[in-house]
Design a protein. Structure first.
Length: 457
């Protein structure tokens, strides 16, 4: 690490209903504290004369395990590819007011990916991955089912090519589900698909936020798509993604409604980047969002303690990562083991950065740009960014979405810290009340950028 960090950059005192605890950023470790030690630690952390975190360890009569840092400061070298998403349809049948992708066109013209480009993307993923790897091919848009011919063709092509190359291929698709046909549902059941459906709540609120270009109820069509998938056989993972704007109401009723539709996972995402400023979060919108997220988290915690299923994805993912002791210096796998191809086959760091020359990283025909990937990973390491390098949550957050940070900066840092501190306290309480939950917890990630995901929503 460059420079000497204050103790608050490495140590965080937090409390649960069971007592006081210490979170250590280096290695994402959690310790229980007795009352006396917690009081001494609180005094030391609040004293500007204390010095660095090593001084606090000594003052408490403790020594950091091994006496060395667990997280070094060497940037990640570009790893073998693990996942590629295909923007098979840079077009959409809807006109959602908040869409960061501007109905999938990313500010350009509407276009569809050809079979040849999709096949080349599969070959690129295989060529730049390791033998025996478990790979993920994602379908994105716009609305990818506008190009269902390519989806059906390249899915079967990818399975054949992966098997012949000593790889395993999985798939994901993010869809509004309004165009879903019986053949699509059968494809998702036949092959290992994770399907993420964009649903913003109950019928009235969903239709208001996500209007169809042709008119009618997008909610009704999406539910018809869900019924098709039930009849064909459920995909391996069926998730709902709720986009939250400053105008979205209470979140718990939405969460309860969508879990009632039998999704395996329901998650919320705040709009930070939008062509319509009225639909994007401002700094003053985050405190209310945090309050509503914590309300959902507390409801989930109570149900999990009672042994019930209540799959609030933001919450369960955070608890799972805390249990593993995950610590990462990047927010996600973008530009590392994950890349995204636009309709013409040019590669970018992720599906949100399509057609952005600052994040261009090669081409499916000629290969990924290793120099561009290495430069991105060197510049984006959380320890090298301000104010991230002095934040106790940096190795859980990773520094924030590249797309959002570039367009808006870091508006929601207080929100992220508040959410993560709540999740840490909830982890303590759930681990004490129902440890079997973590023994049985196996989460398989189906997002396009599944090499690493931020713990913040």
């Amino acid at each position: 690490m460059s420079g000497r960090l204050s103790p608050t950059a490495d140590l965080r005192l937090f409390r649960s209903r069971l007592g006081a605890h210490l979170f250590v950023a280096d290695g994402s470790r959690v310790y229980d504290l007795d009352r006396e030690t917690a009081a001494r630690l609180e005094r030391l952390l609040s004293d500007p004369q204390t010095g660095d975190s090593a001084s606090i360890w000594r003052a408490l009569g403790l020594t950091p395990e091994g006496g060395r840092r667990r997280i070094g400061d060497v940037p990640l070298a570009p790893p073998p590819l693990h996942s590629v998403s295909l923007n098979v349809a840079q077009a959409c049948n809807m006109s959602c007011h908040y869409c960061y992708a501007e109905t999938g066109t990313f500010g350009g013209r509407a276009r569809l990916m050809s079979r040849d480009v999709a096949e080349a993307a599969v070959e690129r993923l295989i060529a730049e991955s390791e033998p025996g790897a478990r790979l993920l091919l994602g379908f994105m848009g716009g609305e990818p089912l506008l190009n269902r011919d390519v989806i059906h063709h390249v899915t079967r092509y990818a399975v054949r090519r992966a098997a012949a190359s000593d790889r395993e291929m999985r798939f994901s698709i993010t869809t509004n589900a309004t165009l879903l046909a019986p053949a699509d549902a059968a494809l998702f059941a036949e092959f290992p698909f994770g399907v993420q459906v964009s649903l913003d709540g109950r019928r009235e609120e969903h239709d208001a936020a996500r209007p169809l270009n042709a008119g009618g109820s997008s909610y009704d069509l999406a539910l018809a798509g869900l019924r098709l998938m039930e009849r064909a056989g459920r995909p391996r993972q069926l998730s709902a993604r709720v986009t939250v704007t400053p105008h979205t109401g209470e979140l718990l009723p939405i969460l309860d409604h969508l879990i009632g539709l039998d999704f395996d996972d329901v998650g919320f995402a705040a709009v930070v980047v939008s062509p319509s400023p009225a639909h994007a979060f401002a700094p003053g919108d985050f405190p209310r969002f945090l309050q509503r997220m914590i309300e959902c988290g507390r409801a989930t915690l109570d149900r999990l303690i009672a042994g019930e299923r209540y799959p609030f994805g933001n919450f369960e993912t955070a608890l799972h990562e805390i249990h593993r002791g995950s610590h990462r210096p990047y927010p996600c796998g973008a530009g590392a083991a994950y890349l995204s191809a636009n309709a013409e086959g040019r590669l970018f760091a992720c599906h949100r950065l399509i057609d952005d020359p600052a994040f261009a990283m090669g081409d499916v025909h000629t290969g990924s740009d290793l120099a561009a990937r290495a430069a991105h990973l060197a510049e984006s390491r959380v320890d090298r960014m301000e104010p991230c390098r002095t934040c106790w949550a940096r190795y859980l957050c990773g520094g924030g979405c590249y797309h959002e940070v570039k367009r808006r900066g870091r508006l929601g840092c207080d929100y992220v810290r508040g959410w993560l501190e709540f999740c840490l306290s909830a982890y303590i309480e759930l681990a004490a009340a129902r440890p079997a939950y973590f023994d049985a917890l196996v989460r398989d990630t189906w997002t396009p950028s599944d090499t690493a995901t931020t713990l913040g929503p």
